[in-house]
Write a new protein. Sequence first.
Length: 341
Amino acid sequence: MKKYIILLLFGACTSTFIAAQTAGEYMDEINKDMKNITQASWEYISETSHGNNTKKADKKRLDLLQLFNDSKARVSKIGPFNGNTTYRDAVVKYLDMSYSIFNQDYANLVDMEEVAEQSYDFMEAYMLAKEKANQKLDEAGKEMDKAEEAFAKDNNVNLLDPEKTKISENIRISNMVYDHYNEVYLVFFKSYKQEFFLLEALNAGDVSAIEQNRNAVIKNTTEGLGKLKTMTAYNSDATILTSCKKLLEFYKTEAEKDVPTLQDLYLKKENMEKVKAAFNAKKEKDRTQADVDQYNEAVNSYNGAINTFNSTNERLNTDRTKNLEAWNKSVDAFLDKQVPK
């Protein structure tokens, strides 16, 4: 299963300025870490999108967390300018929220109980919490921009338009790429997880749980395929939409057509055990030919169901592996192609 990717994609406060020296130096001091933070953010995004080294990517994330922490500590110590700390405090708030999001501390930013009530399952709650947290970060970024503009106006600083760097443009594009991926991923994960529960029920031989989860898989895949139809390809690239659709179609067919065949094994086993118990309860001299025939029929039927179960299960395992590998490869290829290098 392709792991869900946690990314913070943001535009840092990178405005340049010309003006009264003291105010300009104050702004420069507050903003001097932003270039390094933006660079480190892009290195993490790039490694996550194009590399296969999870440890290396996480090392970059931890380095970025340290940058946020150090910058926050440094900026927090900067005194007021003409008695006003509004601009400084807005930057500190942004850095603090950025740290929480990269550290996946969403509970620091959103009401997790409210998120849980609005969500179908853990993954949906996780993604909703991330989305709400990033919305709060976006709001904090806008507050920071407004505070910067107000500070500049109050202190006769002429702000120039932020330079549109290659890195900032790459981050903007990456944001759109991951928005598309995350939307498709949620559709994938709901059915993937439900099929996992179905397989657990099958392995346990729990006929009631098998039927319950079989129906849930049919429901989730039907809804998921409907959602995929409404989604458009990103930049004319429909690879993950196509692979997700094929995987959901496999899950749906498995639940509708193949699981009843697998269920039959447990029904025949239950019948065979009842017949066997009744057969063994009779003394040999009391057993009729009908009893013997019924017993043999039950045993043969059960043995036949075992063969059918094994062949069906083997085919499903092969097809499941093939479709999951196709999904994972399509995700890797999509991110590698669409996220700038």
